[in-house]
Ligand binder design. Structure first.
Ligand SMILES: Cc1cc2nc3c(=O)[nH]c(=O)nc-3n(C[C@H](O)[C@H](O)[C@H](O)COP(=O)(O)OP(=O)(O)OC[C@H]3O[C@@H](n4cnc5c(N)ncnc54)[C@H](O)[C@@H]3O)c2cc1C
Length: 406
């Protein structure tokens, strides 16, 4: 006898959106979420930039490109429906030197290929729109916005429990056994049985995948994103989100100025290799996490390939002065006093055996389980389309009836 029809592991935005999608699609289906922390959204979901991405950067045709565009519309609609504060303040991507202009042009072409309306501008126009920002050219993506993803997750969780779903916090999954009848899950709150399981475990995705014998060969490498909050006197320094032109080889967008839904501005995040998966401070070290990383050839290859940029990130992490220099490239008037402490986040980044940092989302399954193996940014924006994709996979492979809605 099963405790649930479906167990979802992970109480971040992807897990909660997935549990909600199943509860909406199959009334009467029993859905249980197992989350190891005492509350929802404690990791990536509650420690990000809060940007509703429009879908500028992603390779046309990729899951990221499709889910980001759909997810942005879904997130705005969900916020309107649930009275959650958001602001479609737009994003300005800024080239700070002529050498960046070809990459800016490529990015503008990609934004258009992804169906976005953008507004290109030269340096003087940029200075007119954003008097505190300096650049040689840029383009505005008016549809980008900001929100608090923890609030979105909590509202989805409310909908889930309102439909009879169960959320168990403090329940860390330590083992999963797949049998002919479903799965048996060992947790710190006891043993649960279910017909099916979806794992949305973020920084622990590879461990959950290995418990179920998922074929994909990858490991999660944690990259800490450190932020500063700008001093209060800078709360109105920008009207839009201000982003640099990113390095296309890396799955990170670069240190940006972000207006936050609370009315203040942050700068960040950098991308520093973390020595612990949930290592929010430079000194946090987990011997288990480190040993696992070092033992994986893909990790050693990616470090060798990205050594120069990796060391640069470490230097900017250890020195506020160097971090400031990054921000001053497009906002020259910022000073050291403006950089005040703010919480960090850690990105779960999948690395393949050949050392590739996987840019796209990766979702894999076994007979009774589905695993979200790689859900980096913009997965907060894209949580609802990811959930629909998982639901479609489940209907196809688990013999579920056609869903009502998702
Ligand atoms: C610094 C930073 C900035 C970002 N900025 C943005 C942005 O502006 N816009 C955007 O769209 N995206 C952004 N992202 C990406 C986005 O936050 C993540 O892609 C998204 O939150 C992933 O959600 P998740 O539910 O998969 O993971 P998480 O939120 O990490 O949730 C996974 C959950 O699984 C739980 N868990 C893990 N192992 C177990 C276990 N064994 N048993 C039980 N529970 C377990 C964890 O405790 C956790 O709560 C950013 C990410 C970071 C780190």
């Amino acid at each position: 006898m099963s405790d649930f029809d479906l167990i979802v592991v992970g109480g971040g935005i992807v897990g909660i959106a997935t549990a909600r999608a199943f509860a909406r699609a199959f009334p009467g289906f029993t859905v249980g979420v197992l989350e190891k922390e005492p509350a929802l959204a404690c990791h990536q979901t509650g420690r990000n930039s809060g940007v509703i991405h429009a879908g500028v950067y992603y390779a046309p045709g990729s899951l990221k490109a499709r889910f980001c565009r759909e997810g942005s519309a879904d997130t705005l609609a969900f916020c309107r429906e649930h009275g959650i504060a958001f602001d479609q303040c737009g994003k300005l991507i800024v080239a700070t030197e002529p050498a960046e202009l070809p990459r800016l042009a490529d990015l503008a072409a990609r934004a258009r290929a992804n169906g976005l309306a953008i507004e290109e501008m030269d340096g003087p126009e940029l200075a007119r729109r954003e008097p505190h920002i300096r650049g040689v050219a840029g383009f505005l993506v008016p549809s980008s916005g900001i929100v608090d993803y923890r609030a979105v997750t909590e509202a989805m969780a409310g909908e889930l429990t309102g439909r009879g779903g169960t959320i168990l916090t403090g329940a860390e999954v330590a083992g999963i056994a797949e049998t002919a009848g479903g799965v048996t899950v060992e947790t710190t709150r006891g043993r649960f049985r279910a017909r099916h399981l979806v794992a949305c475990a973020g920084l622990m995705a590879d461990r959950l995948a290995r418990m179920c014998g998922v074929r994909a060969d990858f490991r999660i490498v944690p990259f800490r994103g450190e932020y500063y909050r700008l001093a209060k006197r800078r709360d109105h320094i920008v009207r839009h989100l201000i982003y640099p032109v990113p390095d296309p080889a890396l799955p990170f967008l670069g240190v940006h100025l972000t207006r936050m839904i609370g009315g203040y501005v942050t700068v960040g995040p950098n991308a520093v290799l973390a020595f612990a998966r949930e290592g929010y401070r430079f000194g946090d070290v987990s011997l288990r996490d480190l040993a696992e990383m070092l033992a994986y050839p893909g990790f050693r290859r990616t470090i060798a390939r990205n050594l120069r940029s990796g060391l640069g990130e470490m230097r900017n992490s250890l020195s506020r002065r160097h971090y400031l220099a990054l921000c001053q490239r497009y906002c020259p008037e910022l000073t050291l006093d403006d950089l005040q402490p703010y919480r960090a986040g850690v990105r779960a980044q999948a690395v393949l055996r050949d050392g590739t940092l996987l840019h796209d989302f990766l979702i894999e399954g076994t007979a009774a389980t589905i695993h979200v193996c790689n859900a980096p940014s913009p997965a907060a924006t894209s949580a609802m389309p990811i959930a629909r994709h998982i639901l479609a996979h489940a209907c196809q492979h688990w013999g579920l009836p056609a869903p009502l809605a998702a």
